[in-house]
Design a protein around this ligand. Sequence first.
Ligand code: MSP
Length: 509
Amino acid sequence: MSESFYVTTPIYYVNDVPHIGHAYTTIAADVAARYHRLCGHQTHFLTGTDEHGQKVMRAAEERGLDPRAWCDRIVPDWVALWKRLGISNDDFIRTTDERHETRAQAFWQELFERGDVYLGRYEGPYCVACEDFYKAKDLVDGACPIHGRPVETLSEENYFFRLSKYSDWLLGDYYARTPAPVAPAARLNEVASAVRLGLEDISFSRTSFSWGIPLPWDSKHVMYVWLEALLNYVTAIDYPDGEAFRTLWPGVNLIGKDILRQHAITWPAMCHAAGIEPPALVFAHGWLLVGGEKMSKCNLTGIHPDELVAVFGVDAVRYYFMRDIAFGQDGSFSWESLLARYNSELANGLGNLASRVLAMIASSFDGRVPDPGGHAGEAERGLEETAARAVDAYSDAMGRFAVHEALEAVDSVVRRANGYLVETSPWKLKDPPERGRLGAVLWSAAETLRIVALHLAPFMPEACARLWESLGVPEPLGAQRLPDAARWGGLAPGAATRRGAPLFPRVEP
Ligand code: MSP
């Protein structure tokens, strides 16, 4: 059987509509899923919504709705946005789904019976925007360090999860595994240091409100939203004994660094406590910053993805976020950098390459892919080598979630191909004796476009499908498999090419 790849996004709070910070994670997960499908791996991609807890409950109250009615109203907006952004998730989980509620209860019942849950009392600061407990020493001027908003003080009888019991296992076993289960490396160091400083047991139930999943053994309590939400990664694939769970778990949890602790400390410990495998990889990317701060609705810096798509189109927006920010690090969003990248790499780079090559094939070869015959020389071999090197760099980078490096590799091929056209100047090869040479140049440039379309497809699925069709390749893009399809020489002479509308029309400032 083929390798399996199970990738998830965080499930998003539905207190409001999405902004591009949420879209950033979801696009990255989509790129990973599409890439693994392209490699022929058995791929499963999950996203969804986190609907319980006080944050969502208050959002509903502000609108005069009960929480369930509010969620039912807003969730379709999220689903529709993911569709517009070309997100190819195989499943969508809502934590109000019955499948999640019953399996989350089964999970915690198991931990209760194993003695990992006990009744205690919690007192301390709580940030509803994070849905997280804080220590007084971690607050900044009495406010949440992430949201900068005042915290509340909780004082309740709660059940606790014996997280502290798992410190040794996390440090001695989980974090020591190869390949590392938490990435990038700086994030692994960060959680390992936090565990070394000492873990405390964690409050995992609430009694002061009821918008949550009741504990099966004590229905006065609902589950603390985080320790319920994390379970979505397994409840969606039929934990504990479904076929999907057996074949797909452990998976890759892609997250933003704001929720690292929950995913790289609490979640693996919960899995281990329940006797299931912890996640194979927790990969935490950085923040999208606006004006130097984490973009967020709370800080009024949230930008809706549709605002960008309206100007640049879906593919370009996906490309920009994956290209402009080193995946794993923080990066600043700006309209100026989006415009600059779009015009230089997509409109003038790839778009211009495609339209020039297809126009010359149309005018000189009646739209049929020319036969390179025996006319390829050193320049063509140079282009072929550049493409081969980029293909290797791309697959190495994709294996490490270094999507920005993968795109740099592809862009280097586009730049070389445009340079190659300037050097070989096919528009000057007009005389009949030069026809063989002209065919070789245009075939090589078109073959480069084929390889570029293949590798950019996970990032820009629509534009690449159009480019692929315009090259006249008979088998659809979706039927291609790496690495075989990436071999130089795949473009069949004689195929009918097609010139369409420009892939990336220039956008004026
Ligand atoms: N519901 C929890 C996650 C539970 S997962 C079991 C949650 N939801 S959230 O709606 O606040 O989304 C958080 C995630 O959205 C971040 O981890 C990150 O993936 C993404 N982002 C939100 N704002 C972001 C930025 N400004 N920059 C990058 N990603 C951001 O936390």
